[in-house]
Design a protein around this ligand. Structure first.
Ligand code: GAL
Length: 691
């Protein structure tokens, strides 16, 4: 097993070039079974024309590979892999377990997942199985054994793709099988019923359990189900699916040394994430992610940037792979807006700038039939005389020009990354539970606001967990980290006292890992470290704004309280808690801890960032970035590659020296970047940007 993502990603990129020279991965899901075999020759010819070097094959092929129980038919897949190999195209081979065939679900109806309301899913779409189902696990293991055994030595295969987007359509499952699995998981976690009763706070509403058999998943009930039960069920459900992945990955690893992955769906940070990717990432040889723009979000490229940074966090800062994005429109949003000219290249370069060693798409050839027939592909219905195809060819060329940066890591102005944003899964899940002070307080939205502020300032940020070693960061932000373990709280406290700068926002450190309130002044975990005594939440009415003495206005949230040892940087001037501190700074040990008790708008946030970065000694990659200009940097062996991505509508002039790799031209000290354009400049020194 590859324990190091750099090595595993290098293993793949080294196999993508024709002479063993590393290449960034470029290609997509290839579903040849949807097309007559005569089409395949055209596929590989056009793949070569576009410079495709890696395709994912077989993801949804179970019904064709095992047409009836225990009967396998590999002839077509043999021919596809041989054809790809003959054309120098490498394969990320799936074990095809993502969509059990109708014969399976028909024969084993008990394997189908059940909703919280007790409705058993039917088959007829995909992912129609319960993670706890022994029948599913047995069949998936048998299929994996067949595929890994048969193709272990196939020269086209360079990596393995287990399943597809775990938990996308079948999570959580509330079936009786899940109930039994949940009980076993709980017994392991708590040991005794007393332990469980205490963790779940069952003295409330007469919920005390007197036997394990009484415990159920948090199925639909009259009103709010016990919050700790909900949280534990989310944890259990993630773990149960992870067991499926681990079992299939272990079978593959017993056959083959190629890296194993499953594609995460960190796509769009705003969507619910049903599995804990921090825990899952430990079991990946290469972290791979799928990202789709929410087409109507005017700053969807900033969501892309945040998600790519989060994916790099899961990969512990090492190179990762973009397994899927779209060349243009998707099919699953209310209005599936097509990408504007140049948008796909900008998106792909954003991922590379943020650590991806390749960008793949869903999918190679747009389907003619099925639920996704209106989803764009690399090869559109209208063929090669199209904007999409020309841009695909252009992207393939751009990635070839950037091959030299494979294996490099993302860096900031100081040569490392100086800022970390915390994003614990439990904190996110906990904050998303019901019966909280305000529906407007959103962990994801607040996290995105902070990421956006650094993004606009041109400052590179990592994502980390509260329990990680944070010593290398000058500034750490904890946006709505509602629920933290004791270990996380201690870690953050020690980080500050040994010289770090920690920003804690409202509704952080409120609950412990069982979702019990941490007692004392709010925020219970940090009131002493922050030097504040906050006593009551005053969430704002819909549309209400706070007026602050500095940093503009505040939305959604305010708190009544006073400083104890903290210096008040801003107080509420108008709003329900006039006179209460809203932004504070407290010296603690060798460091400083800041509290932000409301949600700041972007102008005030930028002003606050100036204070924070000044105190912590954090520099941006570039100062005074023109609106819409994204910058990022990767570095390796003393060489820097700086990315300039112009999402704006104005041309910009940049004082930058070095070789621009996409055009192959020296900048001669001045880079003209048109509206919508992208440049990647190789250099050894820092530069500045002016509009
Ligand atoms: C992903 C999935 C692909 C395809 C794509 C469409 O969630 O992995 O198979 O459905 O979405 O955008």
């Amino acid at each position: 097993m590859h324990t190091n993502n750099t090595a595993a990603m290098d293993y793949i990129t080294a196999r993508l070039g024709s002479e063993g020279s590393p290449m960034l991965a470029f290609g997509g899901d290839y579903n040849p079974e949807q097309w007559p075999e005569e089409t395949w020759d055209e596929d590989v010819r056009l793949m070569r024309e576009a410079g495709v070097n890696l395709v994912s094959v077989g993801i949804f092929s179970w019904a064709l590979l095992e047409p009836s129980e225990g009967v396998y038919e590999f002839g077509w897949l043999d021919r596809v892999l041989d054809l790809l190999h003959a054309n120098g195209i490498r394969v990320d081979l799936a074990n095809a377990t993502a969509s059990p065939p109708p014969w399976f679900s028909h024969k084993y109806p008990q394997s189908l997942p059940v909703t919280a309301d007790g409705v058993r899913h039917s088959y007829g779409s995909r992912q129609a199985f319960a993670a706890s189902s022994p029948e599913y696990r047995r069949a998936a293991a048998a299929l994996t054994e067949q595929i890994a055994g048969r193709y272990r030595d196939h020269p086209a295969v360079v990596m393995w793709h287990v399943h597809n987007e775990y938990g996308c359509h079948n999570q959580p499952d509330y079936s009786d099988g899940a109930a039994a699995g949940f009980r076993t998981w709980l017994e392991r976690r708590y040991g005794t019923l007393d332990g469980l009763n205490s963790a779940w706070g069952t003295a409330f509403w007469s919920q005390r359990y007197s036997a394990w058999e009484e415990i159920l998943p948090p199925r639909t009930s009259g009103t709010w189900v016990n919050p700790t039960q909900q949280l534990d069920f989310a944890r259990y459900s993630s773990d149960e699916l992870l067991e499926c992945y681990k079992a299939e990955a272990a079978i593959i690893r017993s056959h083959s040394p190629h890296p194993v992955t499953t594609n995460f769906m960190g796509f769009n940070m705003g969507l619910h994430q049903p599995v804990d990717y921090w825990r899952w990432a430990e079991h990946m040889d290469v972290v791979s992610n799928d990202h789709y723009l929410i087409a109507e979000d005017p700053r969807n490229y900033q969501d892309l940037a945040a998600t790519a940074d989060l994916t790099r966090g899961w990969a512990q800062g090492k190179p990762w792979l973009l397994m899927e994005h779209s060349t243009s429109a998707v099919n699953w949003q209310p209005r599936n807006i097509a990408k504007a000219p140049g948008e796909m290249l900008r998106n792909a370069m954003q991922h590379v700038a943020r650590g991806a060693d390749g960008t793949l798409f869903f999918q190679w050839r747009a389907s003619r039939a099925g639920a996704e027939k209106f989803h764009s592909g690399m090869l559109p219905h209208a063929g090669t005389d199209t904007k999409v195809w020309r841009e695909v060819v252009q992207l393939g060329q751009a990635l070839r020009n950037l091959a030299e940066l494979s294996g490099s890591v993302v860096t900031g102005a100081s040569g490392g990354v100086d800022v970390a944003i915390l994003h614990d899964t439990d904190a996110r899940w906990g904050s998303e539970l019901d019966s909280h002070p305000s529906v407007d307080a959103s962990n994801i939205a607040e996290t995105r606001r902070w990421h956006d502020a650094f993004y606009r300032a041109g400052t590179t940020t990592d994502f980390r967990q509260s329990t990680d070693d944070l010593a290398g960061y000058r500034l750490v932000v904890a946006p709505m980290q509602y629920l933290l373990t004791d270990e996380g709280v201690k870690n953050l406290d020690a980080y500050v006292r040994s010289g770090g700068h920690l920003v804690v926002t409202y509704f952080s450190g409120i609950a412990d890992e069982n979702d019990h309130i941490r007692p004392g002044s709010y925020p219970g975990a940090f009131s002493e470290l922050l030097g504040v005594h906050m006593e009551e939440f005053f969430p704002l009415r819909s549309g209400e704004e706070l007026e602050l003495s500095r940093f503009g206005g505040g939305s959604f949230w305010s708190e009544l309280g006073r400083p104890t040892t903290a210096e008040v940087l801003a107080e509420v001037v108008r709003g329900p808690v006039a006179g209460s501190p809203v932004v504070t700074r407290n010296a603690a040990g060798d460091g400083r801890a800041y509290y932000v008790a409301t949600s700041l708008a972007s102008v005030g946030m930028a002003e606050l960032l100036g204070v924070l970065c000044g105190d912590a000694g954090v520099e941006p990659l570039f100062r005074d970035l023109p609106e819409g200009l994204e910058v990022g940097r990767r570095s390796k062996d003393g060489t820097d590659w700086t990315f300039f991505i112009n999402h704006g509508s104005a041309d910009v002039q940049l004082a930058v020296s070095g070789l621009e790799l996409i055009s192959g031209r020296e900048t001669g000290g001045a880079l003209a970047l048109g509206a919508g354009a992208v440049a990647v400049v190789r250099s050894n020194g820092s530069s500045s940007a002016t509009s």
